[in-house]
Design a protein around this ligand. Sequence first.
Ligand SMILES: *Cc1c(COP(=O)(O)O)cnc(C)c1O
Length: 721
Amino acid sequence: MQTTHVRRLLGAEPTLRLTPSLSDASAHTAWSRKVRAVVERLARVEQAPLAVTAVDTSDENGLRREHLTLNSPVRGAFQATLLAPQTPQAPQDTTAPAPAVLVLGGKNARLAQLTGETPPDFPDRNVAEHLARAGFVTLTFEHGIGGLDEERRAGREEGALLAHAFALTGRSLLGALVGDTLGALDVLATHPLVDPARVGLFGHSLGAAVALHTALLAPRPLPVCAASHLGSYPALYERLLTGYEGAVLPGILEYADLGDLYAALAPAPLHLQYGTSDSYLEPADARAAAATVHRGYAAAGAKDRLDVHELPMGHGTHVRHTVDFFTRVLAGPGTGPGTAPGDVPAQRVHFGVAERRAVLDRIDAALASGHLTQGPELARFEELSRTWTGREGVAVASGAAALEISLRIVGVAGRTVLVPVNTFFATAAAAVRAGARVRFVDIELDGLGLDPDALRAALDRHPDTAAVLPVHIGGIVPPALDDVLALCGRRGVAVVEDAAHALGATLGGRFAGSFGRFGAFSFFPTKVAVSGEGGLVTCAHAEDAEQVRRWRDHGKSAHGSTLHDRPGGNWRMSELHAAVGTVDLERFDDTLAARRELAYHYDELLTDAPGVRAHTVPAAAHSNYYKYLAYLDAPLDRTLLKKRLRERHGVSLAGEVYDHLLCDQPYFMDAKAGDSAPEGPDGPFEQARWFARHHIALPLYPTLTRAEQVRVVEALRGELS
Ligand SMILES: *Cc1c(COP(=O)(O)O)cnc(C)c1O
């Protein structure tokens, strides 16, 4: 292939390139998130804790050296050295944890030279030693490139061979290096001498590429100093032919160039340095990339956090600038960018790289086969769902569709349907659409379900009741459901469980959705399992399941028939949604376990918290903790509390279930609702009203950390005491 061909190949415009129109901080944040998501996908980091297996420690010459062996699950064992200044920065307080820098050398850097144990081949090679003497704890490790059989290599570059081996498995050498570096960061940050809030990354050449990508994927913003790695990939890989396989993610240039990647680090502190006589890069090209980085930092409102140094040097490191940078950004306690903990959001939908890849593979198969709806993914989704419902399930387009179809099969048109007054609007709206008159019923405060006494009275008042819709609020299947079922059973009234909150929740060991004639589930993004949009109907009787299949597909009288015997709708779930749903259900055991674990931790944290008390889940119920519910002792303004938690503590509470009773919703208050308007003595719903006013829901999702839970409870304490 000729050079012009390569030039052409690399000349294509990356789709996520930072453009001048990206002009404010929120646009930068959104763009940076996209760039990081691509990097995450391409890097395919398999991060697992690095086991530290060997330690020997020596003190000499004012430095403490710990020789470690780190065991990477991907690449095996490699050597590392931790350096610590022996004279503490603050002699009066010898236990004060120090700031730390992870030092990543270039491809040819030897560990002992970086740490100053053997004489450096270049005067600036011993960066780790310089930083340690300036008061930083440093950790340095070998990249583990080097050592392949020379003869068999036959003159080929070892890194290139390794990179190809990784590429064969769809992974990348850089991704593996980043995975190990993330592990090493943990080793460094948890070292007893280190202040975990003040950790930075230094890299030279290949090490700079590793530092950059590590910082893009790290859970917290980290200051980065990158030496002798700047320019554009087309120039480095085509014009100069100096680019190194291990320094780039295969596929990245489809999305972003090197300057874009650095720009995505904003607003974390960044120091870039390069030499005008560096034979691996071109000053003009480096300058152009630096301009992109400047634009990104300006857009993020973080101009003062970026410095770029063009220096009269070769392919090296300017040690003094490096030390100055880290001294500036990691100096005083609490000044590091890592100390500002991110906000605790109300909700987090999280698909890790492996899950995203699985979804993409399944969608790819659907697209390639052209089978886009009602295909193998749907069948698998239905099959998987059985594990947590105990029943045959039929997947549909939404939770609302699941409710409406169930009610249409029951045949509620022209009759009354009883709905708890405390539920999501969709519960009642489905009954309205199915032609029913909706009447509301109060709840009980133990399991938050229908109050059996109120239900009995409502059934007496409305003898034409065709169906009752118990709702398992917050993921609790209430013990009072037994009475509800008995009451309905005696009167021949159908029970349709609105189990939209309750996938996997049980009562007396029985799954939500397995009590009534029908159970309706939702896979909307806020629920415990998601498909994007989606629903599921579980059925006590096989004939009902068959009916659901007809209703969801335009009321066809039989599968594949062109005869329609009922006014069905398009209530199908597409293969694309089912692909998301199957991946989420495959991990649902873990999801449930994580939610329950977090809930128990909240229970512990709240036992002695003043002004707030957890809702006690009834003993027979095993909640899935769709919501973690708690009550405020004092009648507090919940809106104000939520605002203060957000503004003062960065903590967002989850949405209530619910803050308005259905009888107070405009639609049901409005005369236009006509037949559906509740009238007469159904109210006043005192228990539901008390619940709606007093409860809060704490953020709870599988990626919530224990530290975040502590923050949530501390924030509540701060506002309530
Ligand atoms: C989410 C929800 C629904 C509706 O589900 P969709 O999938 O959004 O249609 C119905 N009932 C309750 C209680 C819900 O929380």
